[in-house]
Write a protein that binds this ligand. Structure first.
Ligand SMILES: [Zn+2]
Length: 469
């Protein structure tokens, strides 16, 4: 038995103690057999939309940069379970999040709109009730819908609960794992992601007999939190970050094991994604929600299908988080999201599987944005935008015309060499798209303003954010 069990003092009730023991034990030594699903050719993807038994589990690992995962080439073995699933599923090699601030990025994921389309930039912005969001489409199609989150930026008061029958922040376990974190004593969220996993297991056990959409929003990577058994890589900040990824990977393993044990792995699509990355001084700062560089906007995207692919399928062209839900809805044959700017990636997946050329995206507007003053009450918005025309990426802050940067992504994926001065013609071509994004108004009725009381502000401060009055 692993230390997750040793960390528990046991419950008052025998059944609870046994349940915790089993849960802790499997978490420390999960061995998933991807073989729990039949092997099928990628063309079978198109047959999913004719089935009436496919579920969706959407796992959002907050603050997970792609290049710290084994399946994205990282030298450390941070993600063995996710890597094995990527080997028999679909991995997108280059994925851009639409912001490095959780709320802006999650608004883009759920609306499939770039930030200028939904206008959710600031701490006080919320998705409006009139929007039609993916969970509403699933609920209307007869799915049981549940969201389990630990990040206050996606709380129901910001409009993110729309369409979910159940949308909860799980109570911290009374008997938590022996968690370590990067900065003991700093403000911290209560509980761990095991609370999310346990709540998910409970939901799955009650709903495996019908179709479901389950959204899990993990936070321990954001918090640099890990259980002792994942303390593999040392104690520097970046080590703690990697330990937290390993711990989250074990939570994923627990989730997969439950899907196998319930016999629903062969009728469940699992999507693993992130809202943004994390900086370790690549551009002079650490953390996220400060700029839009590669380390905070390149994120993973892996699809684990209801069947195994005979060989890994890797989609190489740059795609975006706004493509996630158009893709899932297309795969399942559900109605599309109204006003979606993202597109279904199914044609790209099929082309990759067949070894055919994969067409790069040709976006027409800003695909990422961040209001640099998002947490300052009363401050004028100062929005940074990026536009990409492969292989070029322009970063600009329209209110500061001197701040224009240009990067060649194919040769310089880490965005270290600013080529704006060397290529004025490219800057002149791409800059109008940024200016158009600034001038554009969000879709009518997409955004609301909410008041935050002191309690909610404190909850957000516990995430480490500074919200200044
Ligand atoms: Zn986040």
């Amino acid at each position: 038995m692993g230390r997750a069990v040793g960390g528990r003092r046991g419950g008052r009730f025998l059944s609870l103690a046994i349940a915790l023991l089993v849960l802790g034990g499997v978490l420390s030594q999960v061995r998933i057999r991807p073989a729990a699903r039949p092997e099928r050719d990628a063309s079978e993807l198109l047959a999913l939309r004719d089935r009436d038994d496919v579920n969706v589990v959407f796992v959002l690992v907050d603050t997970l940069r792609a290049d710290h995962l084994g399946c994205y080439g990282y030298e450390r073995d941070t993600s063995p379970i996710l890597d094995r699933f990527a080997e028999v599923g679909v991995r997108f090699a280059r994925v851009r999040a639409q912001s490095s601030y959780t709320k802006t990025s999650m608004a883009s994921i759920w609306t499939a709109a770039n930030p200028p389309g939904h206008g959710i930039y600031r701490y006080s912005h919320a998705l409006a009730e009139g929007l039609r969001l993916p969970a509403e489409i699933f609920r209307d199609a007869g799915f049981a819908t549940a969201g389990i989150y630990r990040n206050g930026w996606v709380a129901p008061n910001f409009g993110f609960g729309q369409g979910f029958d159940v949308y909860v922040r799980p109570a911290p376990s009374a008997d938590p794992v022996r968690a370590q974190r990067r900065a003991p004593g700093a403000p911290a969220l209560k509980g761990t992601d095991l609370d999310v996993t346990e709540a998910a297991v409970e939901f799955l056990r009650g709903h495996a007999h019908r179709r479901f959409l389950l959204y899990l929003h993990y936070m321990d990577v954001h918090q640099y939190l890990y259980e002792e058994e994942s303390a593999l890589f040392g104690t520097r900040y970046v080590d703690a970050y990697d330990n937290a990824i390993h711990w989250t990977d074990r939570n994923l393993g627990r989730l997969f094991k439950e899907l196998v044990d319930l016999g629903v792995m062969d009728r469940t699509l699992v999507v693993i994604a992130s809202d943004h990355g994390e900086a370790f001084y690549e551009h002079g700062s650490e953390g996220h929600a400060r700029n839009l560089y590669a380390e905070v906007t390149l994120v993973p995207l892996v699809l684990s299908l209801p069947f195994r692919l005979p060989q890994p399928v890797v989609v190489e062209p740059l795609v975006r988080n706004i493509d996630i839900w158009p893709t899932v809805l297309d795969l399942l044959g559900l109605p599309p999201l109204p006003g979606a700017e993202g597109r279904s990636l199914v044609p790209l997946i099929l082309a990759a599987a067949r070894g055919e050329p994969q067409e790069p995206l040709a976006p027409r507007t800003a695909e990422a944005a961040l209001d640099l003053t998002w947490g300052r009450v009363g401050a004028e918005p100062t929005v940074e935008f990026s536009v990409t025309e492969w292989p070029w990426r322009l970063l600009a802050i329209p209110s500061d015309p001197d701040l224009v940067q240009l990067y060649q992504l194919a040769e310089d994926p880490g965005e270290q060499r600013d080529l704006a001065g060397a290529h004025p013609e490219l800057v002149a071509r791409l800059l109008p798209r940024v200016e158009a994004a600034v001038a554009g108004e969000p879709l009518p009725g997409a955004r609301e303003e909410v008041e935050l009381d002191e309690m909610r502000l404190q909850q957000l401060r516990a995430l480490g954010y500074v919200i200044k009055r």
